[in-house]
Design a protein. Sequence first.
Length: 460
Amino acid sequence: MSRSEIRDALAPVVEAKMRELQVPGVSLGVLVDGTQREVHTWGVTNVEVPRPVTDRTLFQIGSTGKVFTATAVMRLVERGAITLDTRVQDVLPDFGVCDPEVSRHVTVKHLLTHHAGWFGDHLPDTGQGDDALGRLVASMATGCPQVAPLGHTWSYNNNAFCVAGRIVEVLEKRPYETAVADGILRPLGMARTHLLPEDLLTHDLAVGHTHWTGEPTVFRPYYLNRGAGATGAAYVSCPDDLLTFAQFHLGTGPVEQAGVLTTVSRHAMQQPLAPAGFFADEVGTAWLLERFGGVSLVKHGGSLHGQMSAFVLLPEHGFAITVLTNSERGHELNDAVVAAAVTRLLGLHFEEAEFLDPRSAPRDDYVGRYQTPHGDVIVSVHEEGVLLEFELAAYLRGVPVAEAAVPDPTVYRLLPGEAAFPTCVDRRRRFAQVDFVRDPQGRVSWLRFRGQLAPRRQPS
């Protein structure tokens, strides 16, 4: 497949979505047949200082970095230092969250599959020193209350990956960033992937953009939280490096022999370990796993400070795609481009969702208030599905950012879910945003909004 054929297939989707969503810049990487690598770019890095996005422009990739943390953990598993069933306190004796029983019994597998059950967004700024990650993990003793029972259900958990990164630090006897650079980035030749802000000053860098005022506005401050680096919060990269990482995990190209992980361990990371809520069918070792028409998708994505990343592998086809955008609306563009690539380049098709009749759905089960750390989500009835109203104060590093644009009530349509219980999906998008989770007694006890559990408030 020629370079021009790839661009001609995807450029109309990219350019239409950039106009519709006001996305300033896009960098797209495609891997075909395991070895052919193509990078295409559009737009500018910064609406205030509009330099063109090039194939050397670096973007924040957010939670796509979690796959690097999981790869670093699997290096320890491969060496016999730990197993996925190792208890965290066997490696970190002083580790604790608010629930002492959970602290004693949580395992590495719970961390990497988002099944730890505690509040997962306690990410204070603990500085830029080598002790940043250790200090953040220590603060979890009072900052991470339990939201659901250990191992009960998926709840997206950034703090769990902080703990996984701390395990890497302790067993590797060096800072997390050094362990990743020495064990993964350098052997694979990923010279344009960085985790420390001082490494970025000499590079072409995209900045994130928000849309609070209706127009793309530069997201400030540009910020890498070193303590949360193992969550992906400090990863900056480009499509060419990410395609190298994709080739490594697919087992194609020269990086297959880099000695980072064996083929057995790479394949093990792509095997299902637990359900993944509505994020995917299942979760492997950090990877999100789906199947469409008998074809496996192995994927992750990220969202950070007005930048969005998508990273998708199709192992049976030796195919990978990564899309990096510098806009908080970039996830919609990313999803559309990935779907177009799978359809136009591979001839595969995503199935359209079939919605439930809201009049027949068990609405009384789930209407009510659900508590998040920043306010309540109110669920009520609507003729098209359910109505979600947000009483939230969104915060960035302690500063309110949503004063000018409180989220409007959003109608979500209903999708059949496990045990005929609905998941909800925004009418404008094909991916799910909300589902409802039952406790061991079968009661609806949580709303899962964008991956994280919000407990249901009991009537007073």
